[in-house]
Design a protein around this ligand. Structure first.
Ligand code: ZN
Length: 240
């Protein structure tokens, strides 16, 4: 057993026993890292607010090979992303990229690119003043790209031809040309929005009215990662 330190983002926490909590972090070198935080559910625990979901923290833990749950020794807050948590619409939407990160990361697998995409996206979101849904699409596309799941955008995912004037989209791979049958047709305007969101890797481009693109991305991510996203149900129920 060795003691290690790293920074990480709190992706999920589940209460365990009377006093403990199982917390899952995304870390650059360890990927998805699950730790037991003992005593954190006791009243007045100083650690409890540090381990709030979404927080970027520095953590220490005892690492033991082949153990599914490591033991947390301490954690300090680096960034609580108050610009996200103080805004209900942002807080609800941020759960989607967080869930994408959770589901693309692997236990004990270096995830430097995914981690950087998650943190940079959250930092930008805290300051962002434009369309929250557009930003969420952009952030999810950054994470999917970092994890190797970027959709096809210029060439048809089915036949490889240029996408052309009648774009469509297939959840197995990305955009399609007019000759191939996709799962859904995209308006040329929505295609342009999706393309701008995908291709601007440095910052979220200006975009509004992205409901159709958001729905396509949601289904695409579900198919690619073979999962249902709980966060999307919450988004629909709380902010539509
Ligand atoms: Zn085609």
């Amino acid at each position: 057993m060795s003691q290690e330190r790293t920074e990480g983002v709190v992706m999920r926490g589940v209460d365990f026993s009377e006093t403990s909590r199982i917390v899952t972090f995304l870390c650059p070198a360890r990927g998805r890292l699950t730790c037991i935080a003992k005593g954190v559910r006791r009243r007045k625990s100083a650690l409890a607010p540090v381990l709030d979901t979404l927080n970027r923290v520095e953590l220490g833990y005892y690492w033991k090979e082949n153990r599914a749950v490591q033991t947390l020794s301490d954690a300090t807050l680096l960034d609580g992303f108050s610009g996200i948590k103080s805004n209900l619409e942002k807080a609800v939407h941020a759960a989607f990229p967080l869930e994408v990160a959770y589901k693309t990361a692997r236990d004990n697998e270096p995830s430097h690119e995914l981690y950087a995409a998650l943190v940079r996206g959250l930092e930008g979101f805290a300051r962002f003043e434009g369309d929250v849904k557009a930003y969420t699409c952009w952030h999810v596309l950054r994470l999917l790209t970092a994890a190797g799941f970027a959709p096809a955008i210029d060439m048809c995912a089915k036949c490889g031809a240029p996408v052309g004037q009648r774009p469509g989209f297939v959840y197995d791979g990305g955009t399609t040309c007019g000759a191939c049958r996709g799962d859904v047709r995209l308006s040329p305007r929505d295609y342009d929005v999706l393309r701008a969101l995908l291709e601007n890797s440095q910052s979220c481009p200006e975009a509004t009215d992205v409901s159709a693109v958001f729905a396509v991305l949601h289904r695409y991510a579900s198919r690619q990662l073979d999962t249902q996203f709980r966060s999307l149900r919450v988004i629909e129920e709380m902010v539509g």
